[in-house]
Design a binder for this molecule. Structure first.
Ligand code: G6P
Ligand code: MG
Length: 222
């Protein structure tokens, strides 16, 4: 039986994945790396340094910079990202999410956050949603990023639950893979062709309701 929900943040709870994309796009232009929708999709859920590595690799520039220079570029992206976050408020919460969180609390489900973003505490504060996520995985303590199961496994652990008692919610392909290999039930939010490994797929957060999840699962599982 499902007792908890482990949430991704960017692109699931808030519309911040577009800000991450914008900030990386700016940096890719500066580095002379061709931006594409595929690259944007492949960056979803990927940690800051791994994202920079992927951008450099895409442009065949993975050997062009020292570690120090790479850290400088990653810091620059984060400065751009923080600039875009300024003034962000509850209006950036994706449609249906506030109601969904309220209903999860009403039904006594436990909630945790499994975001790769070091900015997630700040984002939750700005959205006014911090009170829902007292249990969070600290991404700076992880050995491996998504698609490794570590972050979603820890998301269940911090709730004192077994993986099979949890549903993980993700908008990134690597995130769905992480949920699945952690042994949790996966919900993918977005393009079903990209998130084809998700146990349950919703194209929009507006479809994220206990009712719809119940319908998509085997009888009695929720
Ligand atoms: C999330 C986002 C990624 C972002 C990563 C690291 O997974 O989907 O786009 O690169 O977090 O975020 P940070 O805020 O730590 O740079
Ligand atoms: Mg995401």
């Amino acid at each position: 039986n499902i007792k908890g929900f482990v949430f991704d943040l960017d692109g699931v709870i808030a519309d911040t994945s577009v800000y991450h994309s914008k900030a990386w796009h700016q940096l890719a232009d500066e580095l002379g790396v061709q931006w594409s929708e595929d690259l944007a999709n492949n960056l979803k859920g990927v940690s800051r340094m791994d994202s920079l590595e992927l951008i450099l690799k895409t442009g065949g520039k993975e050997n062009d910079y020292t570690q120090e220079e790479k850290e400088k570029y990653a810091a620059k992206k984060n400065t751009n990202y923080l600039e875009l976050l300024k003034g962000m408020n509850a209006s950036a919460i994706l449609p249906g999410i506030s109601d969904f969180l309220t209903s999860l609390e009403e039904h006594d489900y436990k909630l945790s956050l499994a975001s790769a973003s070091k900015n997630s505490p700040l984002v939750l504060e700005q959205l006014g949603l911090a009170q829902y996520f007292k249990e969070k995985v600290d991404p700076s303590t992880l050995k491996h990023g998504k698609p490794d199961p570590e972050i979603f496994a820890r998301g269940a652990e911090v709730l004192g639950l077994k993986p099979e008692e949890c549903i993980g919610i993700e908008d990134a392909k690597v995130g769905v893979e992480s949920i699945n290999s952690a042994g949790e039930t996966s919900i993918g939010i977005g393009d079903p062709n990209i998130l084809n490994e998700a146990d349950i797929n919703f194209t929009s957060t507006t479809d994220l309701t206990l009712n719809n999840i119940q319908k998509a699962m085997e009888v009695g599982q929720l």
